[in-house]
Write a protein that binds this ligand. Structure first.
Ligand SMILES: [Zn+2]
Length: 330
């Protein structure tokens, strides 16, 4: 038997994941729970929305992207598709939200074939919320598909992970981001710059194309890191104190810091691979020479750890202070 496998999903990159999902649809082997993992702003929720549309669009080439079902789902306005997430990035997803969702999922679909729930950044779920969801994962109501997204699988309870089909997504190649930006009208130079410094985070690149403030914000965060690295412990703690007052954006800031240390590690290890923050080449070179590979690796690991646990950490200031202690002194 042959079945049409549609690769025309309105998603940039992630081809193998799309191929996997559209095959499971074509052969009627859709699982009732999926886990999309990968760094922030690489398109996990976009893929989840488009998958939800594919599950429910009645067009022969689902998702058609134009029918009422597709339109509503892609705009987060369909009654049978729920998006559940912490109040803000870096917040906590709470048990009441999971209970509300469970009540919704217990009902028959309102008009769609499947009820789909997208639980975004599920690593931000507190333990009570995660445990509450386990019940649904163990005995999902018929016609219900759950899609969890998270930065990494090891941030979730193993019992949650083992009940989901994992789909680990990666940042996109620079070339793919560049082409996508040009399709959206970016001049070649701008497309190249944004694609490169996005580190493959297409969501950030698209946002930065629409709003130059994103680019300025990135520069500010990297300046701040470079200033901290030049400073004494006392000066670093003063910076952290100021930073921890900003409640939003710290996750994105740490994503950029991870990229910065990854570049420093590339240089320190003598790799010829192109760096992401090429506009910071001189500072990175100096840092790599001064600190050495061991200290750079240590700083990269610490930044990654802080980034992954920032959400669970009630005390942001303490987490950033500890991180500063892991950075090499001048
Ligand atoms: Zn459709």
């Amino acid at each position: 038997m042959t079945a049409a496998v549609n690769s025309g999903w309105p998603v940039i990159g992630h081809e193998w994941a799309i191929a996997h999902l559209s095959r499971s649809l074509a052969f009627d082997r859709v699982r009732h729970a999926y886990l999309f993992t990968g760094p922030g702003m690489i398109g996990k929720t976009t893929l989840a929305r488009v998958f939800a549309a594919s599950l429910n669009c009645r067009d022969a080439h689902a998702p058609c992207g134009t029918c009422r079902t597709c339109t509503l789902i892609l705009k987060d306005g369909h009654p049978d598709v729920s998006i559940v997430e912490a109040g803000q990035a870096g917040g906590q997803l709470k048990i009441e939200q999971v209970r509300d969702l469970q009540q919704t999922l217990a009902l028959r679909p309102y008009e769609a074939r499947y009820r789909v729930a997208v639980l975004r950044r599920f690593h931000e779920a507190n333990p009570a919320a995660a445990n509450a969801l386990l019940k649904t994962l163990e005995e999902p109501p018929p016609g219900v598909i759950l899609i969890l997204t998270a930065d990494a699988a090891d941030l979730l309870l193993p019992t949650i992970v083992s009940r989901c089909q994992p789909l680990p997504l990666r940042p996109l190649p620079v070339e793919v981001v560049r082409a996508a930006l040009m399709t959206r009208g970016a001049p070649p130079d701008t497309a190249q710059t944004l694609a490169q410094i996005s580190g493959g985070r297409i969501g950030w690149a698209i946002r930065a194309l629409a709003d130059p403030a994103e680019l300025a914000q990135r520069a500010e965060w990297l300046d701040l890191l470079e200033t901290a690295l030049q400073g004494t412990r006392r000066e670093r703690f003063a910076l952290v104190e100021k930073l921890s007052l900003e409640k939003t954006g710290l996750q994105t800031m740490l994503d950029f810091w991870v990229g910065y240390w990854r570049d420093a590690l590339l240089i320190a290890s003598g790799s010829r691979a192109p760096i992401t923050n090429y506009d910071r080449q001189a500072a990175l070179q100096a840092l790599a020479e001064r600190a050495g590979m061991g200290a750079v690796q240590h700083a990269l690991d610490a930044t990654r750890r802080t980034s992954q646990h920032l959400n669970k950490n009630v005390n942001t200031r303490l987490a950033l202070e500890v991180l500063m202690l892991d950075y090499p002194l001048p």
